[in-house]
Design a protein around this ligand. Sequence first.
Ligand SMILES: [Zn+2]
Ligand SMILES: [Zn+2]
Length: 395
Amino acid sequence: MRYRLIYTLLVTAQELLFGKKLFFDWQLGDNWALKSMEILEKELAEAKKNGGGDGTDEKPKYVYRRQIVWFNAIGFLILHLASIYGLYLFLTSTMIFTMLWTFIVAGFSAFSVTMGAHRLYTHRSFKCNNWVKASLVFGQTVAGQNCLYVWVRDHRQHHKYSDTNADPHNATRGFFFSHVGWLMVRKHPEVIEKGQKIDMSDLEMDPFVMFQKKYYKILFTVLAMLMPMLVPHVFWGETLWNGFFVCFLLRLTASLNLTWLVNSAAHLYGNKPFTDDIMPVENVYVSMFGLGEGWHNYHHSFPWDYRAAEFGQYFNLTTILIDFSEEMGWVWDKKYATPAMVRSRATKRGDGTHVKYGQQKTVADDGDMPEDDTYDELFWLEERAKSDRSVAQKG
Ligand SMILES: [Zn+2]
Ligand SMILES: [Zn+2]
């Protein structure tokens, strides 16, 4: 895994510097998901020559050439360098209250992205009152991940055209592209074309979303940048310098990278107990740090499930927050897949690694078991909890 990461970084660096691969162009086996742009371009050119391409009737309309948007690329580079400096300040000269404040802002805004932008607005997996909605839109603005309207459109498009040319962060183009590279190059023409057809009518009727869209620049400046840096300065005398680099830049970059990991790592490294013929995988590490968004094979199999995972409780803080909100009466109509639906999906389309429904398949398979058995442990933990509960009820 570590060598793959180093390899990806090297390839990415040389592609960015020279526009093509110069030194490293060997393939690392079948599993290697990074397909270089050259291969993609060659395939497209070939498909165009053959007139039909990969078995579909539709003729490819475009031959895509990658064009780096240098303004964005340099912008993201500066953002990350400044955040490393922010991390240095965080560890050396930040006041303890400021550290706490940074965590609170980061946590609140991150939950607003996972519970608000993702599970509520993109997938409509539960309903909630206007107070919850307003605070989620508020928090999503603090997160600084573009306005909800664009966020939701990109994510709906990602689900509709997962890992094809029309997916904004198409993971067949490799780790770097699906992580952040997609924000540094001109969009693929198919992304633009299909993006215009995504149904956004529900968001267009939402006053919170449209207000945020209309005033996004000013709201971003005030809520994502000024508010996090001014509060520590005004209330406990933190320097504005620290506020800017720690509470604004470091916090923003950290939460951006955690969100991006769902698009990159959770499409590349892990197993596929529910649907084998797609790229998204179950990745416990992404779930741990991504508030429960790393159970991504499940999520792409049942996108409308509010838990975004087979079990809501484990490494899934967002689900815990939604359940809590329901108990408070703020959230209702949660949608989720029944165990029968999960079983049917896992037996029919899973890769055989599901701990309960995948066994027969695994025996018949070549015995290629997943390396990471955290998921199995969680499953048996859940089963034990269930039987404990039923014993307690009987007693
Ligand atoms: Zn995905
Ligand atoms: Zn989703």
